[in-house]
Design a protein around this ligand. Sequence first.
Ligand code: NI
Ligand code: MN
Length: 227
Amino acid sequence: MVQITYLGHSAVSLASQGKTLLVDPFLSGNPQASVQASDLTPDAIYLTHGHDDHVGDGISIAQRTGCLVVACFELATYCQRQGCQVHPLHIGGRRDFGWFALKLTPALHGSAKMTDPPIYTGNPTGGLITMEGKTVYHAGDTGLMADMELIGRLNDVDLALLPIGDNFTMGIDDAVEAVRMIKPKQVIPIHYNTFEPIQADPREFASKVGDLAEVTILQPGESLALA
Ligand code: NI
Ligand code: MN
């Protein structure tokens, strides 16, 4: 069984057989966060892109625990220079880590650490995560893109985590179109209601998805089991 726990914003943990993969652990400064970064001891972290609301506490958690950080090459190199153990991937590439595999997909977005001047952190990504034979697509931050049709055609997606908050990513109507293309069995909406510009009603999303997929609205701290 894969246990997916929503930690707020785009942060989720995926647990399987006593191991935990953390995705985009933005907890400190996240008004939705359901846990403190210092309470987490993941075995690996996947960072979708270099924006602060995704890298979040990822580097400090990895520095403290020594866990592996997986990200696209430029962002992984940045994390390595901060003392993290890393594994770089890039879009289209898949790597089997034993207890999970990750393939990076495109995401239509930006990616940089917004210092002055900004630090380039490569392409933004989404990830196809395979665990116990289940495929979970974390879309990262992205606008609607035709590549999602290809993701749906080439993968049997059990669960899609899709941003619905608009402004920086897909809004509700585009996310419904994404469900049509990806054809996941289940969907969890993410990246909404954290901040003023990304207010969205997940129940409106669920009703517009209708019977295209089963939508589960998780409050931060709540879990869904994929069995
Ligand atoms: Ni972003
Ligand atoms: Mn974001």
